[in-house]
Ligand binder design. Structure first.
Ligand SMILES: Cc1cc2nc3c(=O)[nH]c(=O)nc-3n(C[C@H](O)[C@H](O)[C@H](O)COP(=O)(O)OP(=O)(O)OC[C@H]3O[C@@H](n4cnc5c(N)ncnc54)[C@H](O)[C@@H]3O)c2cc1C
Length: 535
């Protein structure tokens, strides 16, 4: 099944009702085999070596949305900090050096990413600790059936409906689907298009040799940016023939800012935000002045921060194209002459006319900003949502993989009894809570789409909470981070300045509108984390 991964189905384990190919037993049933879930499983198996996992996914192969991505996609960020903590996505360092490539500049392509995830899953399946069910679907709306001897009974079925499986889950169901990106190859355009107008996806662009007179790139997120770069670098299209629809100007991270080794990575934003009293525009302008952020047009103030990452050379290519700033496209229709094509916008803008042999490249899907309210706006969702389930939300700023490792570490620490439960209960001011309830109260998803002051500092607060409760000794947590290749702490000189940020939060409690309880939490964290204040 799927990529030739052999499955261990049934056998080997004493169960209350004997396992059969369709009646399984496991500690964790993990739904989704994308980056979020696989980073979780990888860390869980390291922290709880005896844990048994059933892994269920709709796709044919591990890797989630990367299976459906365009062929020229690459990670936006260095490979070093993405994927599984237990193996190197950037390949052997020696090999990289021999090829005169800096390993930290390696950005994996689609096949490298898929091979990385497949080899991880293959290894776990071989070890007998994971049973992998590709082309299967889990229904999250199913009622929880508690088993009389402990655990819960869960069902999933083959996507073709032919087979149903029942799993007795001793500990938890893990939802690794909340950040599933919506991508052009899987989503129709969100507006009407006349018959015969050539709309292609980035996947079609890579697959086809056909050249067009002009290209209209519909959308200026990371996929749109990738397409513009591909058209110029690989297809040698003259930038004058490329039209980039920019519905709103966006802030763009510089992949390699000046003096990168002295930088705090994603935390630089939070520090500057606190320094500048929560002024969003001033924060980004000042980071832009230092070379951390780009924008397409220095005359226009971006309104959107969605974390695309590019480098100077790519920005130069983007700048050379024609930018269309008329808001979102509302439809694409044939002109009255039956040949030309009209691109229409909202009521305040005139349509634009393009000649017949123009390709419209669909880059309008929201990617990771998938509309799951829970995933990006926060609200009343929890990571540790019940005694029998956990959801893999991003709790720190991206890269996406490390937060899942951190959630696995918390889950394992709760099982092993190594959480600093006393401190956790002290933080939530309730001495009677179970470990999962303490984690539930403390860890909330990072609501990346919210512009509120607290939301902007949420990732660093979550990082501090993790350091404070994941173990009684915060130096032990630091050791864990340092040993995790997905963490910036694993690099020699990295400092997050988290402790200084906590002090700034306490000092700026009015700017952040901290409640009295939140302020107490911050002050307790400052005391507990003093031993790692240098980091
Ligand atoms: C083009 C692109 C480039 C990106 N580059 C980066 C980057 O460089 N760095 C970064 O940090 N992030 C990047 N991202 C963000 C990306 O969201 C994350 O990196 C990550 O891959 C998301 O993984 P995931 O596991 O959350 O989702 P997915 O990869 O979508 O995995 C979720 C899986 O769950 C399965 N599933 C969903 N529902 C069910 C169900 N009910 N039953 C069974 N299976 C189910 C799906 O089939 C899917 O395989 C990028 C995103 C895109 C679109």
């Amino acid at each position: 099944m799927g990529q030739g991964l052999s499955l261990r189905v049934g056998g080997g384990k004493a169960t209350r009702e004997p396992e059969t190919p369709h009646r399984l037993e496991c500690d964790y049933l993990v739904v989704g085999a994308g980056a979020s879930s696989l980073a979780f499983v990888d860390s869980l198996l390291t922290e709880l070596p005896r844990a048994e996992v059933v892994l269920v996914d709709r796709h044919d192969a591990p890797g989630g949305h990367w299976n459906d991505a365009y062929d020229f996609v690459r990670l936006h960020q260095p490979s070093m900090f993405y994927g599984l903590a237990s193996r190197k996505l950037e390949g052997s360092w020696l090999w990289n050096f021999l090829l005169c490539r800096a390993p930290w500049k390696h950005r994996a392509n689609k096949s490298e990413i898929l091979a990385h995830f497949a080899s991880g899953v293959r290894h776990w399946v071989k070890s007998g600790r994971v049973r992998y069910y590709p082309r299967c679907e889990y229904d999250f709306s199913q009622p929880e059936a508690v088993h009389s001897e402990g655990g819960t009974l869960r069902r999933f079925r083959g996507c073709d409906g032919s087979t149903e499986y029942t799993a007795l889950v001793r500990h938890k169901v893990v939802n690794g689907t909340e950040h599933e990106p919506l991508i052009p190859s899987r989503c129709p355009l969100p507006f009407p298009v006349d018959k015969g107008v050539e709309v292609i996806t980035p996947n079609d662009l890579a697959a086809s040799k056909k050249r067009r007179d002009a290209y209209v790139v519909l959308g200026c997120g990371k996929t749109g940016m990738d397409v513009v770069v591909y058209l110029q670098r690989k297809m040698r299209v003259d930038p004058k023939r490329i039209h980039l629809v920019v519905p709103s100007d966006v802030w763009i991270w510089n992949r390699f800012p000046p003096e990168i080794w002295r930088r705090g990575g994603p935390w630089d934003y939070v520090h500057r935000y606190l320094e500048l009293d929560g002024d969003f525009d001033k924060t980004l302008l000042s980071l832009e002045a230092e070379g951390l952020f780009f924008r397409l047009d220095p005359e226009r103030m971006p309104t959107v921060l969605r974390h695309p990452i590019i480098e100077q050379g790519e920005l130069d290519l983007l700048k050379r194209t024609n930018h269309i700033r008329r808001g979102r496209v509302s439809s694409i229709v044939r002109a009255a002459n039956g040949k030309d094509v009209l691109v229409k916008f909202g009521p305040n803008f005139l349509p634009l006319t393009f000649a017949e042999n123009t390709a419209f490249v669909h880059c309008c899907s929201p990617g990771p900003f998938n509309g799951h309210l829970a995933a990006f706006t926060g609200g009343s969702v929890d990571v540790f949502d019940s005694p029998t389930s956990v959801s893999l939300y991003i709790i720190f700023t991206p890269p996406a993989s490390l937060p899942s490792c951190a959630i696995a570490y918390l889950e394992a620490a709760a099982r092993r009894g190594t959480l600093d439960l006393e401190f956790g209960r002290n933080l939530v001011e309730d001495a009677d809570l179970e470990p999962w309830q303490v984690l539930q109260r403390l860890f909330h998803p990072w609501p990346a789409m919210n512009r509120g002051c607290k939301e902007q500092v949420a990732p660093i607060l979550n990082l501090a909470l993790f350091f404070a409760v994941a173990d009684r000794d915060c130096l032990e947590v630091l050791r864990w981070f340092r040993g995790n290749k997905l963490s910036l702490f694993s690099t020699l000189y990295y400092r997050s300045n988290m402790w200084n940020a906590l002090n700034a939060m306490a000092a700026k409690r009015d700017v952040l509108r901290l409640t009295a309880w939140e302020e107490r939490v911050v002050r307790k964290l400052i005391v507990k984390l003093e031993p790692i204040k240098e980091f």
